[in-house]
Design a protein around this ligand. Structure first.
Ligand code: GDP
Ligand code: GDP
Length: 438
């Protein structure tokens, strides 16, 4: 289930965004009402032939001096090495080879990660091929000429990329232990939470079989059952520009969420919920993972009888796209309410994997339609024929209708709410696919 991660590293202006656009196309945003996430091209889901993977752009804001460029590229490479299965190192045939490229290539070579060296802007093979050979000097393999703008050479490049994907089919089948990712902005208390949840029974395992990522996972045994906590805290950096820190925390979150069954989104009570939290939350929502919202540092704020109510309201407003998620008010410092956390994780896991019988679903739909007439347009009314659940993780439903165009978002939402009234599905997104039947 967990998708490979491909990171793109390269200097500003070599064409990373252009490559993103070319590969991700319209698949870049799935949920329109997820704030933030759709605006930033930090990561995208790519599908090519029968492969699907997550691509992350490690390049941040544009630095203004050479020294800064090198420093930033080193960080990009560091992130890529820590999180990606395959790294695309992108250069530019017009800019040619520069010193920073060589230094970063050294770093990548030492990491022993699969690296695909790509030379972009080769708009004409005839004209530029001689210049491409220069890139052999980097010592990280054959340079692959592409033109991201004119979509040349992308197929060959992808073929090379997918060759290096780890064979996860075996690993996934064998390891049925729930994987829990703890995500959130820096300093909200993610590490503290893992430490406290792990308590005495903490075992750190790096190098999980079958993955090529340097993830540091913690296995915790609770009530005789093992859970794997996926670390996203790592890679701390000081004195960084705010935008950069945000970008990195998003990249960390994406790669962790990709591997997780359940996601705990940690929010800092002393700061309150922010747009940045919404961006990170959107990652878990889009991927249909089970979600728990943990408002941490509850010990550190002044409280009266309205505090919980106020926090809840604000979270429901900013994270309106995940009204299904439970909110917990916790303290990683004092351990307040942490004993409930495992219970919550189990419940969310169960709901994320729940199957509902087709007969009951159709009863609910028939009743819902009788209660509230489906929308119509230009004299044509939406007709709903049949609903069935086709997948779990997340629970996914197909609804057959007479005309897809008539199925408004709000009516799907209405049906979703009716289904939730009956089955709850607390802590998990539900996915609806609308199909036409003539
Ligand atoms: P990034 O900073 O690495 O994300 O680079 P961008 O994707 O923003 O591209 C920088 C510039 O290079 C833009 O003006 C692009 O139009 C241009 N560019 C990107 N790919 C190609 C290409 O394949 N051929 C040419 N000639 N220009 C390109
Ligand atoms: P991370 O960057 O999200 O992993 O955050 P850390 O776990 O490193 O915590 C950041 C800071 O918040 C540290 O100084 C912690 O001691 C503090 N902290 C974490 N959890 C709590 C909590 O529940 N209450 C209080 N008062 N402080 C906390």
């Amino acid at each position: 289930m967990s998708k490979p991660v491909v990171a793109v590293v390269g200097r500003p202006n070599v064409g990373k965004s252009t490559l993103f656009n070319a590969l991700a196309g319209e698949r870049i945003s799935i949920v329109k009402d997820t704030p933030g996430v759709t605006r930033d091209r930090i990561y995208a889901d790519v599908e090519w032939l029968n492969h699907s993977f997550t691509m992350v752009d490690t390049g941040g804001i544009e630095p203004d001096s050479k020294d800064v460029i090198l420093a930033q590229m080193r960080e990009q490479a560091e992130i890529a090495i820590a999180t990606a299965d395959v790294i695309i190192f992108m250069t530019d045939v017009h800019q040619g080879l520069v010193d920073a490229d060589a230094k970063v290539a050294d770093m990548l070579r030492r990491s022993h990660k699969p690296v695909i060296l790509v030379v972009n802007k080769v708009d004409s093979f005839q004209k530029y091929m001689a210049d491409v050979y220069e890139f052999y000097n980097l010592g990280i393999g054959d340079p692959m000429p592409i033109s991201a703008a004119s979509r040349l050479g992308l197929g060959d490049m992808l073929e090379e990329v997918v060759k290096h994907f780890p064979d996860t089919s075996k690993e996934e089948e064998e390891d049925t232990r729930p994987k829990v990712a703890i995500i959130g902005k820096p300093n909200v208390g993610k590490s503290s939470l893992v430490n406290k949840l792990a308590g005495e029974s903490r075992v750190i395992v790096s190098d999980i079989a079958g993955t090529t990522r340097d993830a540091i996972d913690t296995v915790v045994k609770y009530n005789g059952k093992e859970y794997i906590f996926i670390d996203t805290a790592g890679l701390r950096r000081k004195n960084k520009i705010k935008e950069e820190i945000e970008r990195y925390s998003i990249i960390r979150a994406v790669t962790a969420v990709e591997r997780a069954d359940v996601v705990i989104l940690v929010i800092d009570a002393t700061e309150g919920v922010t747009e940045q939290d919404a961006k990170i939350a959107g990652i878990a929502h889009e991927r249909g993972k089970g979600i728990i919202i943990a408002v941490n540092k509850w010990d550190a704020i002044e409280k009266d009888d309205k505090t919980i109510y106020k926090h809840t309201n604000k979270i429901r407003e900013i994270l309106s796209f995940m009204s299904y998620a439970e909110i917990m008010f916790i303290s990683a410092k004092t351990g307040q309410r942490l004993s409930k956390m495992y219970e919550m994780i189990d419940m969310v896991l169960e709901n994320n994997a729940m199957r509902v019988a087709t007969g009951v679903l159709n009863e609910i739909m028939t009743e819902a339609v009788a209660m509230q007439q489906p929308p119509s347009d230009k004299g044509k009314r939406l007709r709903l024929y049949y609903i069935t659940q086709v997948a779990v993780k997340p629970p996914t439903f197909v609804i057959f209708v007479n005309d897809k165009e008539l199925m408004h978002f709000s009516y799907t939402r209405y049906l979703e709410n009716r289904i939730r009234d009956t089955f709850g599905f607390k802590g998990t997104a539900l996915k609806f696919i609308i199909r036409e039947r003539k």
